[in-house]
Design a protein around this ligand. Structure first.
Ligand code: S3P
Length: 450
């Protein structure tokens, strides 16, 4: 279901070879940050390639509520007139971030050092997710948070009128927490320092530097130490958002498991903090190549070519790679079902607090479709028996989670029997063109009545 809609049951039937070009949408992480940083700059930021999924559209609406002028031209260019660091106005309505943990956590950070209050809410999935991971560090700046039990939305943040800079060691590997602290640090005087033990996606650091903030990252024995100098005047930017590797994952993985497939996915961001899935697939023996490698908008980019790969083997995915592929484990677990042997995924506790408990959601659906899965609190493993071995035939619950829904749709393309999901609506949060794009490649996706 979309955050406001009725469930959309979907089915994916076994299909012939997938072929053609898959133009996937813009990167979700970079899209959120483009709007938020644009709103904190002085002057007009122009953004092309913005992901127009529900999550990002909710962030655009939120930025308007905080006083920025956000418009979309007919040609798809977005223009954001920012209000400057510390210039957010107090919203006169509740901020509804829909399904988006990234949206709500980054926006909470951005407003927490402004002398205003704001109340945040979301859909049934977002309102279950932990927010203390951001409100704890925001309290160090002087912000106060009042929410539901367990630190859950709906929640009001009272921004710090007289913020102090902080030094904060992020206790969980989370780019959202790191980014919330950095965005809060923008309006604190002096230097805000964030330390992360494991490197997580670094779009905020790259983009803050691009907007003219003074920010430095140092690799030390205690991890990555990121130092931001507060109260800069951010300069508006012209941003071309690269295409999302997390969305590319779906046509790529589908091509690897559907016999005869050959799919090109152009212009994919391959920032090393995001590209762990592709490294893993190649280690499994996937026929996945990078063509035309280049740099666009400060991010490494390539065209990905994925062909049917009948000889993939299960592997141990190194736990230190988890952060660079955290959103891709659901679809990797599907590929693992078509590989030969055990794929072991460790160090993935964070999967339990995403849009759904992704280990539980995938394990339940995989088992219902005849795949062997074992799981513990922070690990899971899938045992595959090679191409064509997955029975399929079951209906899986998507738990308001776009990546769960898309993963099971990919599985249906190569299983013996169709695979269904109870609700494909959440796909629109990150990949609104998933259905027509996959159908053009040859997938047999359909919507069917509940
Ligand atoms: C994101 C960070 C990750 C990821 C999410 C996007 C971001 O979440 O799962 O889809 O844009 O910063 P965590 O920070 O919770 O790991």
């Amino acid at each position: 279901m979309s955050s406001h809609g009725t469930p959309i049951p979907m089915m994916s039937a076994p299909c012939g070879a997938l072929s053609g070009v898959a133009d996937v949408p813009g990167d979700k992480s970079i899209s959120h940050r483009s709007l938020i940083l644009g709103a904190m700059a002085v002057g007009e930021t122009r953004i092309t390639g913005l992901l127009e999924g529900e999550d990002v559209l909710d962030t655009a609406r939120a930025m308007r509520a905080f006083g920025a002028d956000v418009e979309r031209d007919e040609d798809g260019t977005w223009r954001v007139h920012g209000v400057g660091v510390g210039g957010f106005a107090e919203p006169d309505q509740v901020i509804d971030c829909g399904n988006s943990g990234t949206g709500v956590r980054l926006i909470m950070g951005a407003m927490a050092t402004c002398p205003i209050s704001a109340t945040f809410t979301g859909d049934a999935s977002l309102n279950k997710r932990p927010m203390a991971r951001v409100t704890d560090p925001l309290a160090l700046f002087g912000a106060e948070a009042v929410g539901r039990s367990g630190g859950r939305l709906p929640m009001t943040i009272v921004g710090a009128a007289d913020p102090m800079p902080v030094r904060y060691r992020v206790p969980v590997p989370s780019a959202q927490v790191k980014s919330a602290v950095l965005l809060a640090g923008l309006n604190a005087p002096g230097k805000t320092v964030v330390i992360e033990k494991e490197a997580t996606r670094d779009h905020s650091e790259r983009m803050l530097a691009g907007f003219g903030a003074e920010i430095a990252t140092e690799e030390t024995d205690e991890g990555r130490v990121i130092t931001l100098t507060g109260q800069p005047e951010l300069q508006p930017q012209v941003i071309a958002v690269p295409r999302d590797p997390s969305s590319a994952a779906f046509p790529v993985c589908a091509a690897l498991i559907v016999p005869g497939s050959d799919v090109l996915v152009p212009g994919i961001g391959l920032n090393p903090t995001r590209a762990g899935l592709f490294t893993t697939l190649r280690e499994m023996g996937a026929d996945l190549t990078y063509e035309n490698e280049r740099e666009e908008g400060g991010e490494p980019v390539a065209d990905l070519r994925a062909r049917f790969s009948p000889a993939m083997k299960g592997i141990d995915v190194p736990p230190e790679r988890a952060a660079s592929m955290i959103d891709e484990y659901p679809v990797l677990s599907v590929v693992a079902g078509f590989a030969d042997g055990v794929t072991m995924m460790r160090g993935v506790r964070e999967l339990r607090v995403k849009e759904s408990d992704r280990i539980d959601a995938m394990a339940t659906g995989l088992r219902a479709n005849g795949v062997d899965v074992e799981e513990g609190e922070d690990w899971w493993s899938v045992t595959g028996h090679g191409p064509g071995s997955v029975k399929g035939g079951a209906t899986c619950a998507s738990h308001l989670d776009h990546r769960i829904a898309m993963s099971f749709m990919v599985m249906g393309m190569a299983a013996q029997q169709p695979v269904s999901v109870d609700d494909g609506g959440p796909i629109a949060t990150s990949f609104p063109i998933f259905e027509p794009l996959m159908q053009r490649l040859g997938a047999a996706l359909s919507r069917h009545p509940a």
